[in-house]
Every structure is written in C-alpha cells, then in structure tokens.
Design a protein around this ligand. Structure first.
Ligand code: SAM
Length: 305
C-alpha cells in the first residue's frame, strides 16, 4: 500500500449504532474479551488504545438498531443458540463474552450493548487506562458522555482526533504493556493502507504490544490484500499473529436475509498463547449459531505461537 493521509474533519456517514451486536461485533468483541482477560492476569498496568472507538454504548431496541435488525443475526442469534443448547454447550471464549454482556446489563436481558471502549473499561483495573479516538461529531459527543458515566476502575480518556495519527504519540506506553484495538469503518478506501502503515509503525515503536485489527471481508481487492500484507509485515518484524474469519452466508454486502455484511475477520498481533485453542473451539460454534446458509464457514490460522 502507498502511504496515505486524509484531512479531518471528514464527513463520515457510518454510524455504528446501525450495526451494534451484529456477527462482526460478536467475532471482534468475543476476541477482545479473551485478549483482555489474558492480559489482565498479570498485575502490571495495561494501556489500551482504541483508534476507532464509536459511540461506546448502543441500545438494542433503538430505532437505528431495530431498523437494520443486524443484532438479530448476531448477538441475539448467539443468545438464542446458547439457550436452546444449554449454557454448557458454549465454548469458554463465548461464555466469557456473553457473561460480560450479562454482567454489564445487571444480570438481566441484554438491552444495552457495549462497544469496544466500554468493554475495555469494564474489564480493566485501577492501574490500567483506555485512550479512545473518535472523529464523528455525534458519536464523539455520545462517547464522551458514556465514558463520563462509566463506572470503570480504569482511567478513561478520549479525543476527537484521527486515531491513526493520535496513536503515534502513545507508543510505547509508559506501562510497557498494551493493546491497540483498531476497528475502522473502512468507509474510506485509504483505511486499509492506514491500518497496515499503523501496524508497521506500532511494531517499530512497541514490538511487544498486542494489536487487535478488525476488517470486513467485502469484494474489494484491498480487503483481501490486508490480511496477507499484515501477515508479511508482522512476520518480518519477527512477531506472532493469529487470523480468524467468520462468514455467516454467501453473497456480497447488502444481500441475503441478515442485511449488511456477510463476513469479516480479526487479525491479532502478539496474541495470547491461549487464544488459538479458544478460537478453535469458538469458531465452529459461531458458524452453527450465526450461519444463515450452507456457505457459513470459518478460517483460523496463526504463526509463531
Ligand atoms: N470499535 C467500535 C466498537 O467495536 O464498538 C466501533 C467502531 S466503528 C466500526 C468505526 C468508528 O470509527 C466510527 O464511529 C467512525 O466515525 C470512526 N472513525 C472513522 N475514521 C476514524 C479515524 N481516522 N479516527 C478515529 N475515528 C474514526
């Protein structure tokens, strides 16, 4: 990818409220919970940088959520599957994710869906911190309120800044233990190149840090090139990676019963050594729970751990 820079503020139309709790969020957030649970096993302070934070919290019965109905084919389908087959059927990684959502909702039905910065805020401790970037004017305001009202023990900070730019001054973190969560909307084609450039730069500054990158599997060459380029860049830096994709149905974006996206992937740099086994167990379950046709499938590959 060539180096790229976009001028902000850019007027985005993407709003995560229409997609919260969809199959892509299930894959991404279940992975995030597993990574954070592992990283918080050690006492040392942890810094989480969320480069594309969104609004932070989403009502699953809001107009946006019910109009798109994407959560019906995501978190709600997973909950229905677990309740049909029994809690014991759910793999550990998914039980932990669903358990976190239930706890967040006071042990009751999952009506409020936490986004990535709030998941981090929930799981982090007094010694930890979250830095969240969000450029959308409305979502930035919502995120500010959500973080101000959060009952997290960790220090929560945010900025209305381009996350690709903002992260530069934060690496390496003082704590020397950290996770970068990078989840752009890919509304700009240049986001693919930005993600790759950011990963290379982050590894140069902070080679031992972990990163969780999400991307949509759409019919754009950039989307298919991204994991290949990430694998090469991370292997060249001598670091380990894990790559998982979840396809819930055939067809390109916008087709099929579930609406929206049909498949997406997560790419984890310096993953916990326990993650592969957990994903190996969770992904077939997700295919069963969220799969909408016979094209539903997963892929799991890793290198170096
Ligand atoms: N990470 C969130 C979660 O899992 O709950 C969802 C994030 S959503 C997919 C992507 C967000 O990135 C949008 O809210 C969009 O406004 C914001 N965004 C797009 N480009 C950005 C940039 N360069 N820096 C910071 N935020 C950006």
């Amino acid at each position: 990818f060539p180096p790229v820079r976009v001028r902000y503020p850019y007027m985005f139309s993407y709003r995560h409220a229409f997609h919260a709790g969809n199959h892509a969020d299930v894959l991404k957030h279940a992975t995030l919970v597993a990574v954070l649970q592992h990283l918080t096993l050690k006492e040392g302070a942890l810094s989480v940088v969320d480069t594309h934070a969104g609004a932070g919290l989403y009502k699953l019965d809001s107009n946006s959520a019910t109009t798109s109905a994407e959560a019906e084919f995501g978190i709600k389908a997973l909950l229905a599957h677990i309740s049909k087959h029994g809690k014991a059927s759910a793999p550990a990684l998914l039980s932990a994710y669903v358990g976190m959502l239930r706890q967040f909702n006071g042990g009751k039905d999952i009506k409020m869906y936490p986004g990535s910065p709030i998941i981090a805020a929930e799981l982090l401790r007094t010694q930890d911190r979250v830095m969240a970037f969000e450029v959308h004017p409305t979502d930035h305001r919502l995120l500010r309120t959500t973080l101000e009202q959060a009952t997290s023990r960790a220090k929560l900070l945010m900025d209305r800044k381009d996350g690709f730019e903002g992260i530069r001054s934060l690496l390496p973190p003082v704590s020397r233990r950290g996770l970068v969560v990078c989840d752009p909307s890919y509304e700009l084609k240049t986001d693919y190149a930005e993600v790759l450039n950011m990963t290379v730069e982050a590894l140069r500054r902070f080679a031992t840090g972990s990163m969780l990158i999400w991307y949509p599997l759409v019919g754009r060459p950039e989307a298919h090139d991204l994991p290949r380029k990430l694998k090469n860049a991370v292997a060249k830096a001598g670091k380990s990676w894990l790559h998982a994709t979840l396809q819930v149905r055939a067809g390109a974006a916008g087709q099929g019963t579930g609406g929206g996206l049909g498949a997406s992937g997560v790419f984890v740099v310096n993953p916990p050594h326990t993650l592969k086994a957990q994903m190996q167990e969770a992904l077939p379950y997700l295919v069963e729970a969220l799969g909408q046709d016979t094209h539903a499938a997963f892929k799991l590959e890793s290198h170096g751990n």
